[in-house]
Design a protein around this ligand. Structure first.
Ligand code: MG
Length: 396
């Protein structure tokens, strides 16, 4: 498997995201880490949670053989340090990841996380990293609330005391060198279901920190329905509107919705004057409550003279991503007598969706005239208005 390897600085924290599973108890043929919750792959949620934590410096992803292209498509342009091919067992996959990190220069602390646990609160990572200051390993755990019994061929056997029993989650945090040594020394005729067991049999103590219910692993079909509800409850919908007008004049190109349209006149402005894209940018900035296009790209700044408005829109989308948000829908209305918008509608939708890196079905382009009334009706200018619907994390 080709690697896109970045050198790892020493004294840093690397996350190893284990996504090499191929089987599925989740009810579809797709490995569960590639299934979607809230319109995004489980793997991508887990990656984003690690990436958003200031204490995590780099993320290595371990995949099954032939899963790299699929994972790349789902992770998009996220900053992956390397993709590593895993093994037949979870233990073997983690070891492959650790060896890849070592080959890239090693690191100080390692967080090993299962991709099937998409919702990782930052507070869990905080507790793990704090615990590592005094231990070589730390794991998040939750108490067992239900009564536990052993079953014997369908009948109830002896009860099991819940006293001092915990459910173990990931990420698990370790001193990198100790975990690598423990993995290398492990008797491969035995299997281990997590890395803490491996470190512990190497003679190190593993500290327990409080886990989080939201970190539950997604395994069965009903887990995905629960995760969808959990995702929806963790988001808030924001709506913003934008409005813009530019003057029409001869000897100008007509850029509308990111598309160059053949017409006898074009729009005048400091940039390319794409009134449709400007309205969308203002709608997005409005939903974010981050001012307007003029604040971010002052017309007084010569660097925006003649600028293609694509970059304004791409910038607004970056602001959404930086807030952990997603653009759910854009509804654009272009107001003019001429040119006719209908023949260019599909090209505009495709171009806007491309700039925003969203599916085309999230972009609506409409047009209307003003019955020859007002400046638009007299053909003196073109107006555009847009409504942007975003979802943002409910808790910031
Ligand atoms: Mg404008």
């Amino acid at each position: 498997m080709p690697r896109t390897m970045n050198a790892v600085r020493p004294r840093q924290t690397v996350a190893l995201l284990v996504a090499a599973g191929v089987g599925s108890r989740a009810g579809t043929g797709l490995p569960k880490q590639f299934r979607s919750v809230g319109g995004q792959a489980i793997l991508a949620h887990a990656f984003d949670a690690l990436s958003a934590h200031a204490g995590v410096d780099a993320i290595f992803v371990v995949l099954g053989s032939n899963q790299e292209a699929q994972a790349k498509a789902l992770l998009g342009d996220r900053p992956i340090s390397a993709m590593v091919e895993g093994a037949d067992t979870r233990r073997g996959s983690v070891l492959a990841g650790l060896e890849a990190i070592e080959a890239a220069g090693g690191c100080d602390r390692i967080l090993v996380h299962d991709a099937a646990r998409p919702f990782l609160p930052a507070s869990v990572v905080d507790r793990l990293l704090t615990a590592l200051e005094t231990a070589k390993g730390a794991i998040p755990v939750l108490p067992v609330a239900d009564t536990l019994v052993r079953g014997i061929e369908g009948t109830m056997g002896q009860g099991v005391s819940r006293d001092r029993l915990f459910r173990v989650q990931t990420p698990q945090a370790f001193d990198f060198d100790r975990l690598l040594a423990a993995h290398r020394a492990w008797d491969c005729s035995r299997e281990a279901t997590d890395d803490a067991q491996i470190l512990r049999s190497f003679g190190e103590d593993v500290a327990l920190v409080t886990g989080d219910e939201r970190l539950e692993k997604l395994t069965y079909p009903q887990d995905f329905a629960r995760a969808e509800a959990q995702w929806a409850a963790s988001r808030t919908v924001r709506v913003g509107m934008g409005y813009d007008v530019h003057r029409l004049a001869a000897q100008e190109e007509l850029w509308l919705g990111g598309v160059l349209i053949p017409h006898d006149r074009g729009l005048v402005g400091h940039s390319d004057a794409d009134v449709a894209l400007h309205a969308i940018v203002d709608a997005i900035l409005g939903a974010l409550a981050e001012g307007d296009i003029g604040n971010h790209f002052p017309p007084s700044d010569p660097k925006w003279r003649g600028a293609s408005s694509d970059r304004f829109l791409a910038y607004a989308c970056e602001r959404v991503s930086a807030r952990g948000g997603r653009i759910d829908h854009i509804d654009l209305t272009i107001i003019c007598e001429a040119p006719k918008i209908g023949p260019h509608r599909d090209a505009m939708r495709a171009r806007i969706a491309q700039i925003m890196a969203v599916p085309t079905d999230r972009v609506s382009v409409k047009a209307t005239t003003t019955e020859r009334l007002g400046f638009a009706g007299r053909g003196e200018g073109i107006a555009a208005q847009a409504v942007a619907t975003l979802s943002l994390p409910a808790l910031s």
